[in-house]
Design a protein around this ligand. Structure first.
Ligand SMILES: [Cu+2]
Length: 157
């Protein structure tokens, strides 16, 4: 009798230890999960705000003078050839000459005092222009009149 009681109480103690062990484990898991999720949500918030700062700031606009642009069959020669720009948002444009021939980016119609001309852009070279006057711009390539592009520039918000 005495013996079996001892065994029983031993079992109880063992069960008790197991329960305490499980509770401690659960607390540790919840705590770790809490730290993990807290860390995760902080990281997400930080990266979201970084992304929104980037997307709200000025962004580069890239236009390719693509391969074969010097052939009139491949007009208009600029890609994209029509863009809307907003001052302070995306009003800096870089043209890259991805063709083998020399080309230009030359305005043919622009708001007063805002005309521009790249001069010769060699193969592989770039030309960057920042538009600061709202309005509609038409441009072409001086040696290749069929190469044409349009830029609509709007005032910033
Ligand atoms: Cu050209």
């Amino acid at each position: 009798m005495e013996n079996s009681r001892l065994v029983l109480s031993h079992r109880h103690r063992a069960v008790g230890k197991a329960v305490i062990g499980a509770v401690v484990m659960a607390v540790v898991i919840v705590a770790v999960a809490g730290i993990y999720f807290a860390t995760t949500s902080t990281t997400t918030l930080a990266s979201t705000s970084t992304t929104s700062i980037k997307s709200g700031g000025p962004s580069a606009v890239l236009i390719s003078i693509y391969s074969g642009a010097s052939n009139s069959a491949n007009a208009p020669g600029y890609k994209p050839d029509s863009l809307t720009l907003i001052i302070g948002v995306n009003n800096t444009v870089t043209w890259t000459n991805d063709d083998s021939a020399m080309h230009t980016v030359t305005s043919t119609s622009a708001p007063s005092g805002a005309s521009f001309d790249s001069g010769g852009i060699r193969s592989g070279a770039t030309y960057t222009h920042t538009f600061t006057v709202p309005g509609t711009y038409e441009y072409h390539c001086r040696p290749h009149g069929w190469m044409t592009g349009t830029m609509v520039v709007k005032a910033g918000l």
